[in-house]
Design a protein around this ligand. Structure first.
Ligand code: F6P
Length: 325
């Protein structure tokens, strides 16, 4: 086992609040342990283009509270090709980078896994995505901030819904995962939740509206993007068709869910896994994601971390049903 000396650090895929806290943790703990860090801009793209710079204690001052990522991010098509990955490898050698820390989600770890199989370099991943859709960690960096952003928005929507006696369909992010919709649906007192994991179709929503209390003055339906029925406008159209008396409106929260100051939970998670990743590289670990399971640091091989489970906590759905009476 060769001793790691210079860690290449990058963020990749969709940004998530708390990524800066993770960058800070990796840089500061590396320096604490006598290692160097090279920042790589725009993820795999920066590796391919050689967009790299030396980082020091001051490079990460005053960033723990900031959303986004100071290293910038991208989704790289070039890195999917062998030619792209070879160019990246040559740039890493040129910059004396002998280990990598990748902060990102599913796509990032797929790229890291392939790269780690092709080239002899230890790589560790930190889970950074608002979607919370990775195995090997109870929570991903950015999820807590995103769900708090969502409930803040939905509370505001509730005020106007209540004033006008309206039904709102609120669409949230999650790519192929309903975990943002599920938790925020409970927290915002939604009437029902439409998520891909439970394959909630429009008929289940109709039943809910048909059999629910008629004296409610406002209703919120929480919908995860990419649902089987279609987007929020389509769901709104179908509800209006079936229940012409409902005054319906649609609100798609979009990218506001990805920005903003990270919550305390996200900053602490990012700091813990960031330090753990550096210590793990020093201990000779490679090609794993560092997460938290039951509040303990846990290592999961990239191929297993990438597998998003479609199993969700059924209790959560039951809670929505019980509390929406
Ligand atoms: O993976 C994070 C995420 O915000 C998903 O929830 C969403 O589907 C996707 O990224 C949006 O990607 P983009 O910012 O490229 O439009």
């Amino acid at each position: 086992m060769t001793q790691v000396k210079n860690i290449g650090l990058f963020t990749s895929g969709g940004d998530a609040p708390g990524m800066n806290a993770a960058i800070r943790a990796v840089v500061r703990s590396s320096i604490y342990y006598g290692l160097s860090v090279t920042g790589i801009r725009r993820g795999f793209e920066g590796m391919i283009n050689g967009d790299m710079f030396d980082m020091n204690i001051k490079s990460v001052s005053n960033i723990i509270q900031r959303g986004g990522t100071i290293l910038k991010t991208a989704r790289s098509e070039q890195f999917r090709t062998e030619k792209g990955r070879q160019a990246a490898w040559e740039n890493l050698k040129k910059n004396n980078i002998d280990a990598l820390v990748a902060i990102g989600g599913d796509g990032t770890f797929t790229g890291a896994r392939i790269f780690g199989e092709e080239h002899d370099i230890p790589i560790l991943g930190l889970p950074g995505t608002i979607d919370n859709d990775l195995c090997g960690t109870d929570f991903t960096i950015g999820y807590d901030t995103a769900i708090n952003t969502v409930i803040d928005a939905v509370d505001k929507i509730r005020d106007t819904a209540e004033s006008h006696n309206r039904l709102f369909i609120v669409e949230v992010m999650g790519r192929d995962s309903g975990l943002i919709a599920l938790r925020t649906g409970i927290a915002a007192g939604a009437e029902t939740i439409m998520i891909p994991e439970s394959k909630t179709d429009i008929n289940a929503v109709f039943d809910r509206l048909e059999n629910g209390r008629k004296d409610k003055t406002s209703k919120i339906i929480m919908l995860a993007e990419n649902g089987i029925t279609g987007d929020a406008f389509e769901v709104g159209r179908l509800i209006k068709e079936r229940f012409p008396n409902y005054d319906t409106r649609v609100s798609i929260l979009g990218h506001i869910q990805r920005g903003g100051r990270p919550t305390c939970m996200d900053r602490v998670l990012a700091s813990r896994v960031g330090v753990a990743a550096v210590e793990a590289l020093m201990a000779g670990r490679r090609n794993e994601m560092v997460g938290l399971i039951h509040n303990q640091i846990a290592y999961t091989p990239f191929d297993q971390a990438c597998k998003h489970t479609t199993e969700i906590n059924q209790d959560f759905l039951k809670i929505v049903e019980i509390l929406a009476i």
